[in-house]
Design a protein around this ligand. Structure first.
Ligand code: KG4
Ligand code: ZN
Length: 350
């Protein structure tokens, strides 16, 4: 069971963190890996006391995507206010915090540095341990927030940067069963959204439009791969582009909703098919969705329909699917892949 002894940075006092620590752990966490500046306070990895997110969507809309340098500057402007709000909303003083945590990577380096340095500074100022958190593990841990979920389970991690089927054996042991060999699913969503002229952020806008279209209007291809649990989305992206170009040449009004619905049908069936196969192969009956794309209406619908066949399905509440700091606090508590030195540096890729 997870338990780790951390040290405070100034007086070097031992502090136990984790499920076996014998007392409540109140973790203050910061997330700044991409375009949300977030801070949260979570007790024992599950009970969210406060959860503040400042989104940069308005800024990035005019560029049609996230501009790293602009994102980093926005984090700098928002971070102190977001931290103060997290304390205020929870009505907790810093001396009650067990440990401070922040995302270390993967993500945009300039953005990560803002949150990581703020977390380290809080840890030194209040002489509490600092815990560096892997953003991907944290997305999976979003499923522990306000639930009774416990490992083992199979997780489908679908975000802007990653697509993985993971066997979560215990809180700290994981095994990647399959992953994308090229684009991440969120990237594919955002690219196809741009091709049909939808504004940033593409994924959620494509999802909305797809709900009004015919999912069987166009047949898009499925990549043939050596491993039945791996994914490839670059061919699908090209096929979508070719379909859009062909329809434009035929000078019909672009049937945007039908294209969106056909794309969504293609990827949601594929994710379901592969994840179910992977779960069946290891006799897992609990399947967990994680990451920003887990907010997708059709993907949620298809997976939750498995409950009729005896599977137990979990997906984070919408606000915990996309980037937030509550999931970072949960991950710090459950200790999967955490780093505990003030020396740790940010990293952009796994
Ligand atoms: O997990 P996340 O917030 O950030 C990363 O760690 O990457 O995921 C962001 C991704 C973006 O690609 C966004 O378009 C996608 O999640 N997304 C969606 C939906 N909501 C967010 N994709 C499809 N349908 C949605 N409803
Ligand atoms: Zn994320």
């Amino acid at each position: 069971m997870p338990l780790k002894e951390f040290r405070t940075p100034v007086t070097n006092k031992p502090v136990l963190v984790g499920t076996q620590s014998g007392k409540d752990n109140i973790i203050f966490a910061i997330e700044s890996s991409c375009d949300e500046t977030a801070a949260a306070i979570v007790t024992n990895g599950r009970e969210v006391i406060s959860n503040i997110v400042a989104s940069q969507i308005k800024t990035h809309i005019e560029f049609g995507g996230v501009v790293p340098e602009v994102a980093a500057r926005e984090h700098l402007e928002a971070i102190n206010l977001v931290i103060a709000r997290a304390f205020e909303t929870a009505d907790i003083k810093a001396d009650k915090i067990t440990a401070f945590a922040a995302t270390v990577g993967p993500g945009l380096v300039g953005s990560l540095l803002v949150g990581l340095n703020a977390g380290k500074a809080l840890s030194i100022a209040y002489d509490k341990p600092f815990i560096g958190v892997n953003h991907l593990n944290a997305h999976v841990c979003a499923n522990f927030l306000n639930t009774d979920l416990e490992p083992p389970f199979v997780a489908l991690l679908i975000s802007g940067g990653h697509t993985q089927i993971i066997e979560v054996k215990s809180y700290t042991e994981q095994n990647i069963i399959g992953e994308t060999i090229d684009d991440a699913i969120g990237e594919a969503y955002d690219k196809v959204a741009r091709l049909i002229g939808l504004p940033y952020p593409g994924g959620v806008n494509l999802d909305k439009l797809a709900q009004t279209g015919n999912p069987y209007a166009f047949k898009l291809p499925e990549a043939k791969l050596n491993s039945e649990y791996d994914f490839s989305f670059s061919g699908l992206k090209t096929a979508s582009l070719q379909l859009i170009q062909k329809l434009k040449k035929e000078s019909v009004d672009l049937p945007k909703a039908d294209i969106a619905a056909s794309f969504q049908e293609n990827v949601s069936s594929l994710l379901l098919k592969k994840t179910k196969k992977a779960a069946d192969n290891i006799n897992a009956k609990t399947i967990v969705l994680a990451g920003g794309v887990a907010a997708n209406s059709e993907i949620r619908k298809k997976f939750f329909a498995l409950e009729k066949s005896g599977y137990k399905i979990y997906a984070p509440e919408m606000k915990y699917c996309t980037d937030n700091a509550a999931m970072i606090a949960s991950s710090a508590y459950f200790l999967a892949n955490t780093m505990d030195s003030l020396e740790i540096e940010v990293f952009s890729r796994m």
